[in-house]
Design a protein around this ligand. Structure first.
Ligand code: ADE
Length: 266
C-alpha cells in the first residue's frame, strides 16, 4: 500500500513538472509580440530580469530564457554567454522557440571611435564581424561566401527608439549611432582597434552583436545593439573594463527599459 502511494506521488510530481514546462513553452509561443533581450553577462541583464513581472524560466542548450512582461511588453531575456557562437545560438533559439519578433542586444563594448568616453552609448546603425577573413577566394574582408553582406543593418524604428530613450535617461554621457564590430576577441591593443576602424568604420568593438545581427538578418527579424563603453579597447582595456563594466552596463539597461515603455505604443 505504501509503495503504491509513493509511486502515485512520483507520477503526480512528474505530471505536474511536465505540464508546467509544456505550459511555459506554450505560453511563450502564444504571445504575438515578444521582444527578445540578450546580454552576454549577468551584469548586462540582471537589471532587466529583476524588472520582470510574472517571470518564468526555461533552459535550452544550457542558456536560461526568462519570459515575462516589462511595462506591459512581452519579453524574453537571456544571458547568452560571451562570444559569437553563444550569441548566435541564443538569438536563433529566441526566434525559433520563444517567438521573438524583435531582438535587442544590450551590454558593454570597447571604444573604437576616438570621441567616445567611458559610459557613452553606441547604438548600432549596423553590425559586422571584423574577424571574418575569406579574401583568398575574392570575398571582401568580413564577408563569408554564403552570406550576401558584410554589414547587417539594424532596424530603423528600434534605432530611433533607442535614440529617444538615450535623450531621456543619459545624464552625463552621449549617445552615438554607428557600426558595432564583433569578433571573438577582447580587443586590448591599438593595432586591432585601428584595423577595426580603418577596415569596417567601427565605432565600438564587442563579442556578440554581429553574430546576433547575422542571425536576425538571415531570419528577417528587426534588431538593434545597444552598447555602453566600458574601456578604450587599447592596452589599458583590461583594467578599465574591470573598473567600469558594471556601471557602464547600467546605461544600456536604462535605455532598454525606456525603449520598452515606448515599444508598447507601437
Ligand atoms: N566588451 C567590452 N570591452 C570589450 C573589448 N575591449 N573588446 C571586446 N569586447 C568588449
Amino acid at each position: 500500500m505504501k509503495k503504491v502511494t509513493f509511486a502515485a506521488l512520483i507520477l503526480c510530481a512528474a505530471l505536474i513538472i511536465g505540464v508546467t514546462t509544456l505550459g511555459c513553452a506554450a505560453a511563450f509561443k502564444r504571445q504575438n509580440t515578444v521582444v527578445g533581450i540578450i546580454g552576454a553577462m549577468d551584469i548586462e541583464v540582471e537589471g532587466l530580469k529583476s524588472a520582470l513581472k510574472n517571470p518564468r524560466a526555461k533552459t535550452v542548450t544550457g542558456i536560461e530564457f526568462v519570459g515575462g512582461t516589462i511595462g506591459g511588453v512581452n519579453v524574453v531575456i537571456a544571458k547568452c554567454g560571451i562570444g559569437k557562437v553563444q550569441a548566435a545560438m541564443c538569438a536563433a533559439i529566441m526566434i525559433g522557440e520563444f517567438n521573438a519578433k524583435k531582438i535587442i542586444n544590450t551590454g558593454v563594448a570597447g571604444a573604437v571611435y576616438s570621441e567616445l568616453l567611458i559610459g557613452d552609448v553606441v547604438v548600432s546603425s549596423d553590425t559586422c564581424q571584423y574577424d571574418i577573413e575569406h579574401t583568398a577566394t575574392g570575398e571582401p574582408l568580413g564577408k563569408l561566401p554564403d552570406i550576401d553582406t558584410v554589414y547587417f543593418p539594424a532596424d530603423k524604428t528600434l534605432i530611433r527608439l533607442a535614440e529617444d530613450a538615450g535623450k531621456s535617461v543619459l545624464k552625463n554621457n552621449k549617445l552615438y549611432v554607428g557600426t558595432i564590430a564583433t569578433g571573438d576577441r577582447f580587443v586590448a591593443d591599438k593595432e586591432t582597434k585601428k584595423f577595426i576602424r580603418d577596415n569596417f568604420g567601427g565605432y565600438a568593438a564587442e563579442m556578440e552583436g554581429g553574430a546576433i545581427g547575422a542571425v536576425c538578418y538571415l531570419n528577417k527579424i528587426p534588431y538593434v545593439v545597444i552598447r555602453a563603453v566600458s574601456d578604450n579597447a587599447d592596452e589599458t582595456a583590461g583594467g578599465e573594463y574591470e573598473f567600469s563594466a558594471e556601471s557602464a552596463a547600467q546605461n544600456s539597461i536604462a535605455i532598454v527599459k525606456e525603449m520598452l515603455k515606448n515599444l508598447r505604443q507601437l
